[in-house]
Ligand binder design. Structure first.
Ligand code: GLC
Length: 471
């Protein structure tokens, strides 16, 4: 184990002092406004024309700083796509089809007993909503406390009323995850498709995907490389499997039991379950505010904490890994999802220390470093360890830094009192967006932009980071 945290004063530090933070804030607001199409905000200007699940939660969090009522519209838009059984889908097609693939009809989700009127996909995404809702409400509380006035009182009341409005839907989604996706009730919800992980192309899926043999894959016209360079997007062999899985699900008419029992991809993910655990905790805080019972939430919280630590900890290497239920094995590729345990307070302080000292601050793996100490990088946090054979600093989830991941890691470090390191990562993140704009991901070597442009959650989280920076 390396004995010290990196010396942050020696590290290539981004020149945040030269950044005009007010202008940066204005640019973030403009990006969100440009992507606003009324009932929802596009995740990116060209690449993503519909409403995505966890993007919507993050967009609401960002919009809350400029227009709380519009933030609530974003959440209502997402919940308009909720299925009768509780599922909140990963894509909501408010405006119907577009040039995007998969188009709504490809999912074949219309006319199912549980699906809503509005076209949606048939799978979910990491349940970040409760966390964003709670954070938004906490801002309202802080504002009221700092400057009591009729306006701040009114916003606080509206925020509370909104929590009351959406609480049943969010609880139903969590219940769906804890039952349909965890029939044994051991505390870990399984995902059935890499798209459900939110980190679609992550290297931790390579092994499982390679074991899947796609058969009779339907014809489709891949569109994700139209606006983004092919070498920044998933490989064809993996994309083929994404579509094969989707085809299985639609043949099984999205019967939740059948999906769980038969999906060739069935994984208890580190990131997904950390987001769920944190969201359960935040939902519990909301329940307490609303005077609702918390017993069910307490049961979930306890079960997840125990099983996450028992089943997903890889002692040999001192980090958490997803568990592949189909092939009963840990998926040990070392990617940034391992740090999500910090965001959710799932790691003991001992385990947190191993994650931070042996991995995050290890120059060969994740920390910024000069040539000679490993693959040189200037910016936190590569999405895949630089030691991985699959590391590619510009390919989707295989190396680039993401604003969302950096935010997760910084929040996680704060949870364990590594505040200086957290602040360093926040500064890197603001420097990244100041340098290269609000793009989907960034090359950690020089911070150059990659992926989709005009990316909403990069702008939304910039507003969140700037607000925290100002406090
Ligand atoms: C990409 C990301 C996913 C996100 C979507 C829309 O697919 O991997 O997490 O929700 O884009 O931005």
């Amino acid at each position: 184990m390396s004995s010290a945290l990196p010396n942050l004063t020696d590290m290539p530090t981004p020149a945040l002092a030269d950044v005009d933070l007010n202008a940066l804030r204005e640019r973030a607001v403009t990006t969100l406004r440009d992507n606003d199409v009324g009932v929802f905000t596009r995740p990116g200007t060209h690449q993503y024309p519909h409403q995505w699940n966890w993007d919507a939660a993050l967009v609401a969090l960002g919009l809350y700083h400029i227009d709380p009522e519009r933030a609530r519209v974003e959440v209502r838009g997402l919940l308009a796509g909720q299925w009768a059984d509780g599922l909140v889908p990963h894509i909501i097609y408010h405006g119907g089809a577009s040039h995007y693939f998969p188009q709504p009809e490809f999912w074949q989700t219309g006319h199912l007993t549980a699906s809503p009127e509005i076209p949606t996909s048939g799978i979910t995404q990491p349940p970040l909503l409760a966390t964003c809702l709670y954070k938004m409400h906490m801002r309202a509380c802080k504002k009221l406390e700092a400057t009591p006035s009729p306006a701040t009182e009114m916003e606080h009341a509206s925020s509370l009323a909104f929590l009351r409005e959406v609480y049943p839907g969010v609880l139903a989604w969590h219940r769906w995850l804890h039952t349909t996706r965890d029939p044994e009730g051991d505390g870990l919800a399984a995902i059935i498709h890499p798209w459900e992980s939110g980190t679609d192309n992550a290297a931790r899926w390579i092994e499982t995907l390679a074991r899947i043999k796609p058969e009779n894959v339907p014809l489709y016209d891949r569109k994700d490389s139209v606006h983004v360079a092919g070498d920044e997007r998933p490989f064809q062999g993996e994309y083929e499997r994404f579509i094969y899985l989707l085809d299985c699900f639609r043949r099984w008419r999205y019967d939740p039991k059948m999906l769980y029992e038969r999906s060739p991809f069935l994984v208890e993910d580190t990131l997904f379950n950390a987001v769920l655990h944190r969201a359960d905790r935040d939902l519990k805080a909301i329940a307490v505010l609303l005077g609702e019972a918390t017993d069910e939430l307490d049961t979930w919280l306890e079960a997840t904490y125990v099983t996450y630590n028992e089943r997903l900890w890889f002692e040999h290497d001192g980090r958490y890994c997803p568990f592949d239920l189909r092939n009963t094995r840990l998926l040990v590729e070392n990617d940034c999802a391992t740090f999500m345990s910090l965001f959710a307070n799932l790691a003991s302080s001992q385990r947190a220390k191993r994650l931070i000292y042996e991995h995050l601050c290890n120059a060969a793996a994740y920390a910024p470093c000069d040539p000679g100490m490993g693959q040189p990088t200037t910016f936190w946090v590569p999405s895949l360890a630089k030691t991985s054979l699959f590391y590619e600093p510009r390919r989707y989830w295989r190396g680039p830094a993401w604003v969302l991941m950096n935010w997760f890691v910084a929040e996680g470090l704060d949870n364990y009192n590594y505040h200086t390191l957290a602040e360093n990562i926040r500064q890197h993140t603001l420097a990244l967006v100041a340098k290269s704009g609000f793009t989907e991901y960034y090359d950690p070597r020089d911070g150059s932009p990659a992926g989709a442009t005009g990316f909403s959650w990069s702008a939304a989280l910039t507003l969140e980071l700037l607000a925290d920076h100002a406090e």
